[in-house]
Ligand binder design. Structure first.
Ligand SMILES: [Cu+2]
Length: 356
């Protein structure tokens, strides 16, 4: 019996030792975010020191925040270590109550224990102050877990959530499958992460200057795709369609994986690509037992959809005289309020399929 227990322990530790370890250092930073209308808004986000998410040397300058925060990628079965460093807020006004706030990371959908869940104030025995109250300015905390299920997840702050998240503290957390270019066993040729979110610039400015805001006054003025709005000036470098991460490029016959993610105060994005149906193969980090077809997908806050788009030749719809058919088609929010950013249409999360 003792021998069996010893063998079981050895086997368990061998399995643990075999797990690849992935380490990421994320830093809190604040700054300005410019949108295609030329406006700049105060945002707060998670940043990385370099592409490899390595620890920053003491005193090294950090990059400005982006919307969304950098995408984190691991493989299913990896042991994941994420260090959160609260590097402080350097662009708040003097006297703003936001200057010294704490932060956390919540890995939405990973189903973690309280010590690594990033939710403050939950009374559980033995939890350190960094967990109960969040990570203070100048301090750091290590989140640890095993990525057990492949799929698409989100990470975001969970302190005063509506304010901290909507200031920009969110990003995609992707758990890749065992085989490259597959998701839940389905093959794909290319993939894009499409992150839908909204922002009330008056909220952000109130947080920068005072540190508080009456959330009943929330009024979204930016409905964004990967942090951008569409501009009908097609040469605008800040438009969604100038962003290689947001324009869906593919060749005839390919299958494109789109990972759709939402973070919102109340808006539900209705993602609708013209010219293509989407096969939903996964939702919220789980494989669907029965995939289904959609041409419009409601993406609410916190939701993720993994969809495959077969890019097929439009033999029957090609214009016989002009040859148009393949090529450009649009994809947009069919909840049309989402297509009106800063009071103007057609601004908002609109992008294109550009098929070669
Ligand atoms: Cu926070």
């Amino acid at each position: 019996m003792r021998m069996l227990v010893a063998i079981a322990i050895l086997a368990a530790s061998a399995a643990q030792a075999a797990r690849p370890m992935k380490t990421f250092h994320l830093y809190v930073n604040d700054g300005e975010w410019e949108t295609a209308d030329g406006e700049k808004t105060y945002i707060v986000g998670y940043v990385r020191y370099n592409e490899k998410f390595e620890e920053a040397p003491a005193g090294a300058p950090l990059p400005p925040p982006t919307i969304p925060a950098p995408e984190i990628r691991v493989r299913v079965g990896d042991e994941v270590h994420v260090f959160l460093h609260n590097a402080g807020h350097h662009h708040t006004a003097q006297g703003s109550a936001f200057t010294n706030v704490t932060h956390t990371i919540h890995f939405h959908g990973m189903d973690l224990v309280q010590a690594f869940d990033g939710v403050p104030g939950v009374p559980a025995a033995g939890l350190p102050e960094r967990v109960l109250a969040g990570v203070s300015v100048g301090d750091s905390y290590e989140y640890k877990f095993v990525a057990e299920n492949e799929g698409t997840y989100e990470y975001h702050c969970h302190i005063d959530s509506s304010t901290h998240i909507l200031l920009g503290m969110y990003g995609a957390f992707i758990v890749e499958g065992k085989k490259p270019k597959t998701i839940y066993g389905h093959k794909y040729d290319r993939e894009y992460t499409l992150f839908f979110s909204e922002m009330d610039s008056a909220h952000n400015e109130a947080i920068r200057t005072r540190g508080d805001y009456d959330m009943l006054k929330w009024k979204t003025d930016y409905f964004m795709l990967n942090g951008r709005i569409f501009s009908d000036n097609l040469k605008n470098p800040l438009s969604t369609i100038a962003d290689p991460k947001s324009v869906i490029k593919a060749k005839d016959g390919e299958t494109v994986l789109l990972r759709l993610l939402g973070i919102a105060y109340s808006h539900v994005f209705a993602f609708h690509p013209h010219a293509y149906h989407m096969k939903v193969v996964g939702m919220d980090g789980r494989k669907l037992d029965s995939p289904y077809w959609k041409d419009t997908i409601p993406v609410a806050s916190g939701e993720r959809y993994d969809v495959l788009v077969p890019v097929i030749k439009k033999h029957n719809t090609v214009c016989l005289s002009c040859g148009f058919g393949n090529g450009i088609s649009i994809a947009h929010d069919h909840n049309l309020g989402g297509m009106v950013s800063t009071g103007k249409y057609p601004r908002g999360p609109l992008t294109i399929f550009a098929i070669e």
